[in-house]
Design a protein. Structure first.
Length: 424
């Protein structure tokens, strides 16, 4: 206990002063002089300590006793805080250095939208300038509506892919991460090449499908002419021609779906602003279904009269694909229900069947092109393997979520869930 020893020393010193004073003829004078000496000594040490604390970069004062001990402790704490700060600073410098060296753009944005830091790649990709743009609102500098809307939305679950304007047009993919108290970290990667390749693939599929249509039309035309007089043909020829006509029809519907899919893909990012009356769309579809399955009409339950903003033909094709799948993958008596209803924050379309169902492990792959759970059954049902890929594209283009709920042998429910902001 250093303080106890220091206090004992003080008492001892004052007592010694008293004894000396008594010896010289005035005990109280001796005590007073000793106490004043103690006060003077402590005040001086306090002054030296306070003076040093003002600027701890100087070497610490050489003070005796408890004061020396206090100075040593403060000095040790200060040194350790300094070391920690240096370590933190070097970690921050290291991170900023690695961010700076990245080929991807990194921007740190304050909660109020002002740029706090950006690396060189971000300056190049977004046309930002360092250090002039630090502290400026990022939405004032990157003047792209989809970029601003995305940042304002606060929903960063899916990355944003957008095209820059200006001299060299780039396709950028942006991932936003929130941290600290509302600050955000924007990661930008250049996906121009990927988008270009994807575009070439879409164009290629579209062009090939288009080119194949004319020869196929000629072939089916001749086949139908020959089949018109099938009774005059020998049996093996007649059977062969019928099979050829069947396969030609399959190819026709495949080309039709491929062309439609590439059209939807090419217009996926275009704003779809028509007012689509979904209840009327369902009634039109039910009419079409009753001509295909007259004894099994589509059962409708429309409990919401609202429509949505979108593209009628695309939505019609998505819903009819879901409904026709319901029929295709049910027994000959299977019923299909479609409902349109509003829920908290969304409007949903459910297509429910009581058919063969699907094992949930298949769900993630169902919307891939040409993916079939059971190849032989799908071919027998006349499917092209593109139906759910079309549905998925239409859903994405309309900001809707495609949900699947099914179990083998217990039917399936396919739902398109539209955000309420999408309603008209
Ligand atoms: P297809 O033209 O083969 O029907 P889709 O893309 O529409 O292609 O569907 C993909 C696969 O998902 C189908 O081959 C089928 O196995 C399965 N499927 C789709 N809808 C249903 C459903 N309502 N019930 C059971 N299986 C389904």
């Amino acid at each position: 206990m250093e303080w106890l020893s220091a206090v004992s020393k003080v008492f001892f010193f004052i007592a010694a002063g008293g004894v000396l004073g008594w010896y010289l003829g005035g005990a109280m004078v001796g005590v007073t002089v000793a106490a004043l000496a103690v006060v003077f000594f402590w005040s001086r040490q306090m002054w030296r300590l306070e003076h040093w604390l003002r600027d701890t970069s100087d070497s610490p004062p050489d003070v005796p006793g408890i004061w020396g001990e206090m100075v040593a402790r403060v000095y040790r704490k200060h040194r350790s805080a300094e070391t920690t700060q240096k370590r933190l600073q070097s970690t921050v410098d290291y991170l900023l250095d690695s961010f700076s060296a990245m080929r991807d753009g990194v921007v740190i944005v304050h909660g109020n939208g002002a740029i706090r830091w950006c690396n060189e790649a971000a300056q190049r990709l977004l046309g930002l300038q360092h250090p002039q743009d630090i502290g400026q609102l990022i939405t004032n500098l990157v003047r792209l509506p989809e970029f601003n809307e995305y940042l304002d939305s606060g929903d960063y679950a899916e990355p944003l892919v957008f095209e820059t304007t200006g001299g060299t047009r780039l396709n950028l993919r942006m991932v936003v991460t929130q941290f600290s108290d509302g600050d955000t970290l924007l990661f930008l990667s250049d996906v121009t090449e990927v988008v270009r390749t994807e575009q070439m693939r879409t164009d290629f599929v579209g062009n090939v499908s288009h080119e194949l249509r004319t020869p196929l039309t000629v072939i089916t035309g001749y086949l139908e002419t020959f089949l018109g007089d099938v009774s005059s043909l020998p049996e093996p020829y007649a059977r062969g021609l019928e099979q050829m006509a069947g396969q030609a029809r399959r190819m026709e519907s495949l080309l039709k779906d491929l062309l439609w899919l590439s059209k939807i893909e090419s217009t996926e990012h275009r704003v779809k602003n028509d007012q689509v009356d979904v209840p009327a769309l369902l009634v039109e579809l039910a009419d079409e279904i009753s001509s295909i399955y007259p004894d099994r009409p589509l059962q409708l339950e429309i409990s919401c009269q609202e429509g949505i903003l979108g593209e009628y033909r695309e939505l019609y094709s998505a819903v009819s694909n879901l409904v026709l799948n319901g029929y295709k993958y049910s027994g000959p008596d299977g019923r299909v229900f479609a409902s349109w209803r509003a829920e908290a924050g969304c409007i949903r379309l459910d297509v429910v069947d009581q058919g063969i169902g699907i094992d949930p492990v298949q769900f993630p792959r169902l919307t891939e092109r040409f993916y079939r759970v059971d190849e032989s059954r799908s071919l027998a049902s006349g499917g092209t393997g593109l139906g759910l890929a079309i549905v998925k594209h239409v859903a994405t283009a309309h900001g809707a979520e495609l949900k699947i709920d099914s179990k083998p042998g217990q039917g399936s429910t396919f739902s398109l869930i539209f955000a309420h902001t999408n309603k008209r």
